[in-house]
Ligand binder design. Structure first.
Ligand SMILES: [Zn+2]
Length: 713
């Protein structure tokens, strides 16, 4: 048979993207990847939606510490991942068989969207790309399999109806089984779409597809397999089939008019506390952060030839920025290597031989600095310069390299808002916290919009007042202010905090944008240190788990707040992006894919029923429906995240702990594709996310109220 693939031409953000691939092939030939068409300049960094060659390529990426922007997902029988990478890394990936599908966000976009938001400028939308059409090859029929629908849901979003299904086959070990779902509407229209096999950690999970557009509500779906299996017809259920009470007249919302830096957030917290004195306490969390600061560093020599890296022991703002370092030729024969430090100049006088020629090597210079002034400086040989003759160089100025000028450098006190009429522990508690990951700029907008809705409406809306009578609300708008400051002022794709645990040559300043700890991998339950999947011991990895469990002030703060207030029974960890709604278990061990213990049947039901209510509330704002395939336990919905905070709250403290990934893919009717929105979308999109997910948090408060009432009743 003929295999046909089509890839529609599209243009995005100034890059030309076009490819048409029509490839003859037999039923047994491996499908060839479409040709790479999205390009970046080699030094440019961007978030790119990449179709990986196979699962092995994803595993390799993760092992090398790749910075994955959200959870990889399966489509077209391949793995789709949004990866933060440079043009050179993209070229390497594509050379190995990956295909770039969409530039989700370029490095400059963050700053531009921030500025746009401050000026309240109109956002521009981006066009996207069409992914390859489904591979239609067939396989020779073997023994008939048995199929079962795990899920069949439909919903309507902004006038477009979608259907989504998950089907399991009993032929779990056969990678070539093809499953097709046929649908029929009430008025007799029909159609079909292929499902794709989803494996995780080497184990078959099910077949599924992204939500498919249909012309009207589907009244029947049937799945058939290439092995001959056929399901009975099933009537899809409406998703999420839950709606919050309509907003009362005069309900106040929309308190967000720009992206907010940590300094802005601090000011907002202060203003809310002043304005709503009777309903708010501000809690200073106990562990101050490192602060927006770094050691001062310089290359002594030329890193392209031979160099030693000289770094201050103290931070740059502690008097070390501007210190100079140099090597000098003593100009005389038979001089020993000598180091002196005076008037903020570190001088290395190089050794000479009998003829007066300089003889010191890079290694000798580094050792001499450490030996003589190790209390003030740490020096190491630049990677690639080992054993080379040390040049006469400098003076070079040590600098922390930080670009933010109006950011306090001192250790930061992370703050929480406590909101309620009775803030004494007598009412059930709810915790919402955001921006564990620095670059997720929309997330504090969500929690602050939520906080202000509760406060402003308490005076004018009886239902809100009643909620604040019954529930004790805790909000940490930014868990990771140091990383956030770095994301706003230095490197917008910063995910981790600002603490650099690297040693040796990984401290080279060329790695400056890869340092830090992934706070959502630094907790104690199901951690990397316990052997769970989805954390890393590599200090340059996007998911670096730290030096030990809870090594970081920021993660200790979240736990300290939850421990201090034992009335907290519900929590939401707000991240971006991708449109997920998840709960424990969030991690498994690779060997046998053994997850953390599953919640009981009763608790699983509470998680799912509550999730449907909250998904319904999110949809109320602008029709955004979080997909059923992305609503569920973290480990099932796609991923293992070793040592994440929701697992910590659930397993250690008995809190019903969820994760939002705000920023759902948007349906592009023109291209027929779902498109990623990125970490720092045009402000209009971030604003929309803040409004819809704040509504979701209000529903979580209602869930908590109802839970407490049921416990008493
Ligand atoms: Zn995140």
């Amino acid at each position: 048979m003929i295999v046909r693939r089509r890839w529609a031409a599209a243009a995005t953000a100034g890059i030309l993207v076009s490819a048409v691939l029509s490839q003859p092939g037999s039923g047994t030939a491996a499908p060839a990847a479409p040709r790479p068409t999205v390009t970046l300049a080699s030094g440019e960094t961007a978030v790119v939606r990449v179709q990986l060659r196979d699962q092995a390529q994803l595993d390799q990426l993760v092992a090398r510490g790749a910075d994955l922007a959200n959870r990889p997902r399966s489509a077209d029988g391949r793995v789709l991942a949004d990866v933060v990478l440079t043009g050179a890394q993209l070229a390497e990936l594509t050379a190995q068989g990956a295909t770039a599908l969409q530039v989700v966000q370029r490095a400059g976009d963050g700053a531009r969207h921030f500025a746009d938001s401050v000026r309240a400028a109109q956002a521009r939308t981006k066009a996207g790309l069409r992914a390859p059409a489904a591979d239609q090859r067939t396989t020779a029929a073997a023994a008939t399999d048995t199929l079962q629908f795990l899920q069949a849901y439909w919903w309507t979003s902004n006038g477009q109806t979608f259907v989504q299904t998950e089907v399991a086959t009993t032929a779990t070990d056969d990678p070539d089984v093809e499953i097709t779902v046929s649908w029929r509407t009430a008025d007799g229209r029909t159609g079909s779409f292929p499902l794709f096999r989803f494996e995780d950690s080497g184990e078959y999970q099910y077949h599924y597809a992204l939500p498919q557009p249909v012309p009207a509500r589907p009244v029947q779906v049937t799945a058939t397999s290439s092995l001959g299996g056929v399901t009975r017809p099933v009537t899809p259920t409406v998703w999420p089939n839950a709606a919050p009470p309509p907003l009362p007249e005069g309900y106040q919302k929309d308190f967000i008019d720009a992206y907010l830096t940590p300094v802005d957030i601090q000011a907002r917290i202060k203003r809310l506390a002043r304005q709503y004195r009777d309903l708010v306490d501000v809690i200073d969390l106990p562990n101050r952060t490192q602060g927006y600061r770094r050691t001062a560093v310089a290359y002594l020599g030329d890193p392209a030839a031979a160099a030693v890296v000289v770094e201050s022991v103290r931070f740059g703002d502690q008097g070390m920025n501007g210190v100079q370092v140099r090597t000098v030729d003593p100009g005389r024969a038979n001089r020993p290597l000598a180091v002196s430090y005076r008037d903020r100049v570190l001088t290395v006088s190089l050794a000479t031989d009998g003829a007066g020629a300089v003889t010191s090597t890079t290694d000798q210079v580094a050792a001499a600095i450490n030996g003589r002034f190790g209390d003030r400086f740490q020096a190491f040989v630049e990677d690639g310069s080992a054993g080379l003759p040390m040049p006469v160089a400098g003076p070079a100025r040590l600098d922390d390299g930080l670009q933010g000028t109006e950011v306090p450098t001192k250790p930061w006190t992370v703050q929480a808002l406590r909101i309620g009429v009775h803030r004494d522990g007598s009412r059930i508690g709810v915790l919402a916290y955001s921006q564990e990951h620095a670059r997720e700029w929309a997330t504090p907008l969500v929690t602050l919009e939520f906080a202000e809705r509760m406060l402003a409406n308490a005076r004018t809306d009886a239902a809100t007042r009643e909620l604040l009578e019954q529930v004790d609300i805790f909000v940490i708008p930014t868990v990771n202010p140091d990383g956030a400051n770095y994301s706003f002022h230095d490197y917008n794709f910063q995910r981790k905090n600002l603490v650099n645990h690297c040693t040796g040559t990984s401290r080279d300043p060329r790695n400056r944008n890869s340092w830090g700890v992934d706070l959502n991998r630094n907790y104690t339950v199901g951690s990397y240190f316990d052997g769970y999947v989805g954390g890393s011991g590599n200090c340059l990895s996007g998911t670096y788990s730290g030096t030990r469990e809870l090594s970081e002030a920021e993660s200790r703060n979240v736990i300290a707040l939850a421990r201090e207030h034992s009335n907290i029974r519900f929590a939401m960890n707000v991240h971006s992006y991708g449109g997920y709604f998840m709960w424990p278990p969030g991690a498994y061990k690779a060997d046998g894919r053994v997850t953390l213990p599953r919640p009981s049947i009763d608790e699983s039901k509470l998680f799912l029923d509550s999730a449907r209510r909250i998904v319904g509330a999110i949809a109320q704002e602008r029709g955004t429906v979080t997909w059923p395939s992305q609503t569920g336990p973290v480990a099932d919905v796609l991923y293992s995240a070793a040592g994440n905070s929701a697992d910590e709250l659930y397993y250690e403290l008995g809190i019903f702990a969820w994760d939002f990934e705000v920023g759902n893919d948007r349906w592009n009717a023109a291209t027929g594709q779902w498109e990623g929105v990125g970490f720092q979308p045009p402000f209009d999109e971030a604003h929309g996310e803040s409004q819809e997910y704040a509504g979701g948090l209000v529903e979580m408060v209602r869930v908590a109220r109802d839970y407490a009432a049921a416990q008493e009743g």
